[in-house]
Design a protein around this ligand. Structure first.
Ligand SMILES: Cc1cc2nc3c(=O)[nH]c(=O)nc-3n(C[C@H](O)[C@H](O)[C@H](O)COP(=O)(O)OP(=O)(O)OC[C@H]3O[C@@H](n4cnc5c(N)ncnc54)[C@H](O)[C@@H]3O)c2cc1C
Length: 404
């Protein structure tokens, strides 16, 4: 299908986070994005994501961040505990970080975030096709043709692969490669907010044990998510809900059900939905583009979720890529060599940061499932001391401080 727009048409594959956000930026920048998502309908899949000051700062340039923040729950306090309830550190570090960078931490239900982004896409009159699974790409000197499973095809000036960890676009560009199982599996639950922690300011709760870890934060007035990390042989990256029987077994018989930290019992007993997910990431990809096709988000740099940056990096990518493109009016016919120069500059700018964050998240995951008691003690002592040293703000700077 050839589009009639007189603006430069950009084919965007993937309606997760990176796809809708880059479509919004492209539209604002004078392009004609067309967004394609393989699922027919958005569903309540997954649990929640933490929008951090860096992602929100990039997103704020669309003038939509205030509305997005209203969809979730603010997180300002942090509480690090051990599995027996010993408090290692409890403070308003996240509030300090929010004030330092001008944007808050917000817990958002993933389905609500996606519904919000898709509503903005529709409100901006961006062409969107659901139920379109990309299966092939063909490139010419001046265009890209995308082929879909339903036998339709669309032509654009260039194509953005924002199709996630198991990206088809990435495979079509560089051949089949593997995602890395990190050795960590997460049992992710949605629960009611525990009363003791139901303060006005949301709490990021981290509970460290031997051979396991729980993180929890609120994503609404009434509900929170929790993720229990443990070491297991590979499990699929399935965001599907487990059966009632498996959920009951987990609540009553898992190692976490033996932990005596007082909020754990509440979280487990009030679980409304439970998922079991193998955690994967990707090795650094040296080149993110081929000719007129570029990867962004998890498709370029899939990360494990342990520093809460997957969605935030996707928002950053969308912002920086669009910023590097000429305003469409100046560039009706973008040559392949111009695009390659822009894509290389984009990769050079983004890759050091995304590589560092992927590695940091992997290390954090490993720390969460330590089995050796002495190593766990050393890890917990480091947490106890972290917030009384400048190192905590240095880490925050690395993660959350971005220049627009
Ligand atoms: C179903 C699902 C649930 C998730 N839940 C959580 C969660 O609860 N917590 C968390 O921290 N992270 C979750 N994640 C991961 C997190 O959303 C991403 O790591 C992060 O937001 C990066 O966003 P992205 O847009 O790059 O990729 P994604 O958010 O993964 O989006 C990629 C999109 O591309 C679509 N797609 C894939 N292949 C094709 C194709 N061939 N043609 C067309 N479309 C295609 C996918 O359906 C998906 O909508 C989830 C991811 C998925 C796919």
């Amino acid at each position: 299908m050839q589009t009639n727009s007189s603006l430069t048409t950009v084919l965007v594959i993937g309606g997760g986070i990176a796809g809708p956000v880059v479509s919004l930026f492209l539209k604002k920048h004078g392009y004609h994005p067309i967004l394609f998502e393989k699922v027919q309908q958005l569903a309540d899949v997954g649990a929640s994501l933490n929008c951090a000051p860096n992602g929100l700062k990039a997103f704020s340039t669309l003038n939509l961040s205030d509305d997005l923040i209203k969809c979730g729950g603010l997180i300002e306090l942090i509480s690090w505990r051990q599995s027996d309830g010993t408090i290692l550190a409890e403070n308003d570090f996240l509030k300090q970080v929010s004030q330092r960078y001008g944007f808050p931490f917000v817990g958002l239900k993933r389905s609500k975030l996606l519904a919000f982004l898709h509503a903005q896409v529709e409100g901006a009159n961006i062409e969107k096709h659901m139920g379109k699974k990309l299966i092939n790409i063909e490139q010419t000197d001046s265009s890209v043709i995308a082929y879909f499973e339903d036998k339709t095809q669309f032509t654009g000036s260039f194509l953005i692969g924002a199709d996630g960890l198991h990206s088809t676009v990435r495979q079509l560009l560089f051949g089949k490669d593997t995602v890395n199982y990190t050795g960590v599996t997460e049992i992710i639950g949605v629960s009611t907010r525990p009363t003791g922690l139901c303060s006005e300011k949301g709490v990021l709760l981290q509970i460290a044990g031997v051979g396991g870890h729980i993180v929890s934060y609120p994503f609404s007035e009434t509900h929170c998510m929790y993720a229990c990390s443990l070491e297991e042989s590979a499990n699929p990256e399935s965001w599907k809900t487990v059966s009632i029987e498996e959920m009951e077994e987990f609540k009553c018989k898992s190692k976490f059900s033996q932990w005596t930290e007082p909020t754990v019992r509440h979280l487990l007993q009030n679980t409304e939905k439970l998922m079991k997910i193998g955690i994967y990431d990707r090795d650094e990809l040296p080149i993110w583009y081929k000719e007129r096709v570029i990867l962004i988000g998890d498709a370029a740099h899939g990360t494990s979720p342990h520093v809460g940056q997957g969605g935030n990096l996707a928002m950053e990518d969308a912002y920086y890529l669009t910023k590097m493109l000429p305003a469409s009016g100046e560039s009706y016919s973008l040559s392949t060599s111009t695009l390659k120069t822009i894509f290389q500059q984009f990769t050079d700018r983004r890759r050091p940061r995304t590589t560092e964050i992927v590695k940091r998240a992997r290390k954090e995951g490993e720390d969460r499932v330590l089995n050796d008691v002495t190593a766990c003690k050393a890890r917990d002592e480091a947490r106890r001391n972290l917030f009384s040293t400048p190192a905590s703000m240095e880490i925050a700077d690395r993660l959350y401080n971005i220049e627009l």
